[in-house]
Design a protein around this ligand. Structure first.
Ligand code: SAM
Length: 276
């Protein structure tokens, strides 16, 4: 019988996460309990362990395991032009509003392995805005960031990415954005040049710039209500007046958001404009 998330209770999890925080500085205490529990149970099982206590001993004795552990609590799932209709909406309705912005700062918060940032670079290129854009793509997970920085992706993913690109209203030759060799593609330096990948933990780090466009998609779903509200305050403090916020399909603004602080541009898209 394998280990399952029923094998420890919420109180044990809470104490364990407090210990993890004091040892590693990573605070998972406000991540959604069910998601963290499931992930921890999976790690215990794949490591051949039988309890949280054994997991804690392994964390204490093996530094390399600590990194692996922290990273396996993050969920990498992503894709280029994920939810292509949102990119289409941005392409058609939002980017034309930004033609007069002298320096366009864009933040991809929780960027995973970089697909979102490269999609934004393509979108901005095609809108004629990329030369004066900077994309700051951040994540808690160093391993994802290192992958993102290489700009190298498996060629097999391109079939889906091209479909998404076309559905997003793209009409260029998608393969002109990369060179391919064997089973990989490498995005061009031209596309990479205005993207900065950096470590940033939404749970504890502060705002680091002012942005005209913030993407924070499919990250907040893993946080509890308090942490979601905290991150929303951080985003609000990082958006210029009139700036745009894009959330994931299943995400929305928290109830605590001041009335009238944002307007949703067009339902069902989770694209909001800051009104003040
Ligand atoms: C499911 S991916 C979403 C990727 C991309 N935004 C998208 O929608 O395709 C969630 C990402 O959030 C990152 N993440 C989780 N907790 C975070 C935190 N506290 N600060 C920054 N990034 C975090 C994970 O490492 C992961 O890369």
């Amino acid at each position: 019988m394998g280990f399952s998330d029923d094998d420890f209770n919420d109180e044990e999890l809470r104490e364990f996460l407090a210990d993890v925080f004091s040892r590693t500085g990573y605070d998972f205490s406000q991540y959604s309990v069910s998601s963290v529990k499931r992930r921890i149970a999976r790690i215990i099982e794949t490591e051949g362990l039988t309890s949280l206590r054994q997991l804690w001993s392994k964390l204490l004795t093996q530094k390399s395991f600590e990194t692996m552990f922290v990273e396996s609590l993050s969920v990498p799932t992503t894709a280029m032009f994920r939810d292509p209709e949102v990119f289409k909406f941005l392409r058609e309705q939002v980017l034309p509003q930004l033609v007069d912005v002298p320096l366009l700062r864009v933040w991809s918060a929780g960027c995973s392995t970089g697909e979102e940032a490269y999609s934004l670079a393509i979108l901005l290129t095609e809108a004629g805005l990329y030369d004066r854009s900077r994309i700051y793509a951040t994540d808690i997970n160093e391993e994802f960031l290192n992958k993102a920085r290489t700009g190298v992706f498996p060629i097999r993913l391109m079939t889906d990415y091209i479909v998404n690109y076309l559905e997003s209203g793209g009409s260029e030759e998608f393969s002109s954005y990369y060179t391919s060799a064997y089973d990989r593609v490498l995005f061009t330096d031209k596309l990479k040049r205005n993207i900065v990948f950096a470590h940033h933990n939404l749970a504890i780090d502060t705002s680091f710039n002012e942005f005209t466009l913030v993407f924070c998609r499919n990250v907040l779903i893993y946080f509890n209500q308090d942490l979601q509200e905290k991150v929303h305050k951080l985003i609000e403090g990082s958006l210029v007046s009139g700036g745009y916020l894009v959330l994931g399909e299943k995400e929305s603004l928290p109830r605590s958001t001041a009335r009238g602080a944002y307007k949703q541009l067009s339902k069902p898209f989770k694209v909001y404009q800051r009104t003040y």
